[in-house]
Design a protein around this ligand. Structure first.
Ligand code: ADP
Ligand code: MG
Ligand code: MG
Length: 237
């Protein structure tokens, strides 16, 4: 079964019917692009998945079981994590502490700092970021802080990770680091929803593509078999 399945989702705002019966299927261990023109309904669909908005119709199934997240905390507890443009970390604490914030390993009741530092360094080693985990987070750029926030997701029990335009503030090297993190998560069986406006990024890292247009589903496609002109044609209609 797919890890996350949305069926016939409706969302109405007072002035606009933003989702008109949209389906979306995310498999475990895939990177799935969610594409569409500005205003197509991408962010609304993501906010329905993550409990920010309540749906006006349709079903959400996680591992085949209907779920009704009322807020992002509910969604997170179920295993649906979102990384926002704004970083939700504490800049004055060390990088390592931020990674294990709220779930610090302890020994005899005390935080085991050497383990925090060792585990954090190990976690970030694969990403080629050149980070000293014992330094305050504020020492690093917002872009690097965002990558650290995503890396934190690797070590948590997320089943689904949602990235809504995560590359806006990243330079080319940082985008490559993000892709390494995404591929690592994919290899651990996490399903990733990736919203971006950059088609090069879609073809670089995505397995499947769902396209929305004017609040409706156009279709779901294999990235490997969908040409760029076809993709653009689906988006524009
Ligand atoms: P996308 O992310 O694809 O650019 P959105 O999901 O943000 O599209 O928007 C889809 C439609 O819903 C747009 O017409 C937008 O104006 C409208 N919309 C989004 N959020 C709200 C809201 N909170 N209140 C009213 N209308 C909204
Ligand atoms: Mg938009
Ligand atoms: Mg959006």
């Amino acid at each position: 079964t797919p890890v996350l399945q949305l069926k016939g989702i409706h969302k109405k705002f007072p002035s606009v019917h933003a989702l008109k019966g949209v389906d979306f299927t995310l498999r475990a261990g895939e990177i799935h692009a969610l594409l569409g023109e500005n205003g197509a309904g991408k962010s609304t669909l993501i906010k329905v998945m993550t409990g920010v908005y309540q749906r006006d119709g349709g079903d959400i199934l996680l591992d085949g079981t209907p779920i009704f997240p009322n807020n992002t905390g509910d969604a997170q507890a179920l295993g649906i994590s979102t990384v926002y443009q704004e970083v939700n970390l504490l800049p004055n604490l060390t990088v390592a502490h931020n990674i294990y914030l709220g779930r610090e390993p302890r020994r005899f009741g005390l935080i085991n700092w050497s383990k925090v530092n060792r585990d954090a360094a190990e976690l970030l080693k694969g990403y080629d970021l050149d980070i000293d985990v014992t330094q305050p987070l504020s020492r690093y750029s917002i872009a690097v802080q965002q990558l650290i926030a995503i890396a934190r997701g690797v070590d948590m029990s997320a089943k689904v990770l949602i990235l809504d335009e995560p590359t806006a503030s990243l330079d080319a090297d940082e985008v490559q680091s993000l892709f390494r993190i995404m591929r690592d998560l994919r290899s651990k069986g996490i399903g990733i929803v990736f919203v971006t406006h950059f088609l090069d990024q879609v073809y670089a890292v995505c397995d499947r593509i769902t396209i929305l247009r004017s609040a409706e589903l156009v279709g779901e496609f294999e990235a490997a078999t969908l040409s760029r002109p076809e993709l653009i044609g689906h988006m524009l209609g």
